[in-house]
Ligand binder design. Structure first.
Ligand code: CP3
Length: 348
């Protein structure tokens, strides 16, 4: 497994072809997933290891991708901290008891995930026994988790979150510290159970000015990546709209930086300085475009990716949910194209 192209690319070693997987490769675009969701909630699927394994494995067999990602949600590890949340369809995570004051933060529990979320480790073990590509474990990053629990629901402008960050910096730091402690324990549990890589999703941190990212978020991120470095398992740090933050993303301590489509692969390499691998970055909306346009744009991403070692093909964010849904066949064809075109170019 250590020789798998996905893991070689994470370590910036040479590969026979460009490895590819997709954020939200398991989800509502799949007829099988939609059918399962008629009987089970998203959180049910997360809690039942057999279902979690099946849902995690489906895109691997259907699409031929080079990595599986644990089916779960970034909110899952917040439950035992004392966050009462639900994931509302077509809305997202909603928190019934938002965290907005010093006493709210003081009440948050840092706990042992092996004791309180045993089903997550069990799912990871079951997936590793039944899926023949590397499994990516994951967690939400402190800022993105904070954005859901401070706002209480998905937000456009993160006003409550930023107000807390600026007006109560000590409370904010304590919140970042507690979330980082839980993220570290949660990632280590997944690695011990067999995850071959981990991705930390900081989906909404691109809403911050560089100086705020540096002062109020980067220290927690550095602590997280430092605390899992001894495992030897590659870590990916992903965010949306992070173009101006990329030099600092490269300093956080992850092996791979995941980017969206607003910055080119070539420019992202330049901004991250070459010391990390790059993952991305096809606009997921392209999955609704004609194949000729998808292929043209994928070729450009691959050409830039191949300018140096250390490239993983992905979308710039998750597979979109749209009516009519993205065709499974489009993602299968894209996967095949990435493999074949990159193998040809590497061989030439
Ligand atoms: O293959 C995979 O990537 C699936 C595993 C996965 C899910 N969520 C399942 C899910 C992962 C890695 C996540 C992470 C996640 N969850 C993030 C970070 C990645 C990103 O998209 O930025 C975030 C921000 C969340 C919070 C969240 N959960 C949102 C915004 C939503 C969408 C709400 C909606 O209905 O449109 C969810 C729900 C969710 N989590 C779905 C899936 C497949 C949607 C499908 C469903 O409700 O069954």
């Amino acid at each position: 497994m250590a020789e798998h192209p996905f893991l070689l690319a994470c370590r910036r070693q040479s590969v026979p072809y460009v490895p590819v997987w997709y954020m939200r490769q398991a989800g509502r675009y799949q007829p099988e997933y939609r059918q399962l969701r008629e009987r089970y909630s998203l959180l049910d699927i997360c809690r039942i290891p057999e279902l979690c394994m099946e849902v995690t494995r489906l895109p691997v067999t259907q699409l031929g991708v080079d990595a599986a990602i644990l089916f779960s949600d970034i909110m899952v590890p917040l439950g035992p901290m004392g966050i009462d949340f639900d994931i509302v369809e077509h809305v997202g995570p909603v928190t019934r008891n938002p965290v907005q004051s010093a006493s709210d933060v003081a009440r948050l529990r840092v706990y042992d995930p092996a004791a309180e979320l045993p089903y997550v480790a069990e799912s990871v073990r079951l997936i590793c026994d039944n899926v023949d590509v590397p499994l990516i474990g994951f967690a939400g990053a402190p800022f993105t988790l904070a954005s859901y629990i401070v706002e209480g629901r998905p937000s456009r402008d993160y006003l409550k979150t930023k107000r807390l960050m600026w007006s109560e910096p000590a409370v904010w730091q304590s919140l970042m510290d507690k979330l980082a402690d839980v993220v570290i324990r949660y990632l280590r549990m997944q690695i011990e159970a067999g995850a071959a890589a981990v991705q930390v999703f900081d989906s909404w941190v691109g809403s911050l000015a560089p100086e705020d990212f540096q002062a109020h978020v980067l220290p927690a991120m550095r602590r997280i990546f430092a605390a899992i470095a001894d495992t030897g398992v590659p870590a990916i740090y992903f965010g949306v709209g992070t173009g101006e933050l990329l030099p600092m993303f490269a300093e956080a301590g992850a092996n791979v930086v995941g980017i969206d489509w607003r910055v080119s692969i070539r420019e992202a390499r330049r901004r991250t300085g070459g010391g990390v691998a790059i993952q991305g970055n096809l606009d997921p909306a392209l999955l609704l475009a004609p194949w000729s346009e998808i292929e043209r744009r994928a070729r450009s991403v691959i050409d830039q990716g191949l300018e140096a070692d250390g490239f993983i093909f992905n979308l710039g964010h998750g597979v979109v949910f749209h009516q009519p849904p993205v065709a499974v066949d489009t993602l299968r064809r894209l996967t095949e194209f990435v493999h074949e075109y990159s193998a040809l170019r590497i061989g030439a």
